[in-house]
Design a protein around this ligand. Structure first.
Ligand SMILES: [Zn+2]
Length: 285
């Protein structure tokens, strides 16, 4: 599933080619892809005529800002991709929504497994519907996301670190890959309880989350599953993973074999030496 670096990569590439484009029409091929407004015919009617001002990202969604203040949100989820197709490009059987641009290109939301969602929301201050990201936590790469802010959010939380990092209301944009990578960098076991971290460990976690995401971003995003960028190219970062999907391979820091456990139904990879297990419940500290 695309996480912050993959979605940010998609948004940046679209920002290079979409601003100024006018949406001349749209076709919805899978009604459930549209999250708002309903029905899809209304979505099509309302998005038609919109002009792209800029493309950004919030959490794991691409956010297309229209010139009139409205926002088109695209949650890629498991297999979603946004593709800019030139005039005359062959039809894509996995395209769920196709926006025809006035210059002859198409912006296609391709999504083989159909978990992705596309919505069109009013601009700030004019919202009669819930703000699409109201329940999301802070952006970890934002300058305002300080170690002190992370510390405040970790306090009084008894959840395991892995579970908490995946919780989008705790921190936005981190998923299974970068949660494992961040915990390895921070030398913290995925099952550590949030409220047991020392100040130094919190600082390490803060640095590690940002470093893991930045490196993923520098590599153009991970290329697992069906992730491709708007040119249809896979990302590069998969070869740079320190622990993710490296079960049984040596730790880059200490040489011990990477282990895999399941936390909250998610495969979790860690080094048993660099990331020492928390004491058993009830054990003397
Ligand atoms: Zn190690």
């Amino acid at each position: 599933m695309p996480e912050l670096p993959e979605v940010e990569t998609v948004a940046r590439r679209l920002q290079e080619r979409l601003p100024g484009a006018r949406i001349a029409g749209a076709e919805v091929f899978w009604a459930r892809t549209i999250s708002y407004p309903q029905p899809p015919e209304r979505f099509v009617r309302e998005v038609t005529g919109g002009e792209v001002a800029r493309v950004g990202r919030r959490a794991k969604s691409v956010v297309v800002h229209l010139a009139d203040g409205r926002v088109l949100t695209v949650a890629l989820r498991m297999t979603g991709a946004l593709i800019v197709a030139g005039p005359g490009a062959a039809a894509d059987p996995h395209a769920r929504v196709v926006f025809s641009l006035a210059d002859g290109r198409e912006l296609r939301f391709r999504d083989p497994r159909k978990f992705g969602r596309v919505g069109l929301y009013p601009g700030r201050g004019r919202r009669r519907v819930a703000e699409p990201f109201a329940r999301h936590g802070p952006e970890p790469l934002a300058p305002s996301f300080s170690a002190a802010r992370l510390a405040a959010r970790l306090r009084r939380r008894s959840a395991r670190l892995k579970t908490l990092l995946l919780d989008q209301s705790f921190i936005a944009g981190v998923g299974n890959i970068y949660a494992d990578e961040a915990l390895w960098r921070a030398r913290l076991h995925p099952l550590r309880r949030a409220d047991t971290l020392t100040e130094d460990e919190i600082r390490r976690l803060h640095r590690a989350v940002r470093a893991a995401l930045r490196e993923g971003l520098a590599g153009g995003g991970a290329s697992y599953r069906d992730y491709v960028d708007p040119d249809g190219e896979p990302g590069l970062a998969a070869e740079r993973m320190r622990v993710y999907r490296r079960t049984g391979e040596p730790c880059f820091r200490c040489g011990r074999r990477i282990e895999r456990i399941v936390v909250g139904a998610r495969a979790t990879h860690f080094c048993p030496r660099c990331q020492p297990a928390p004491p058993e419940p009830g054990a003397a500290r």
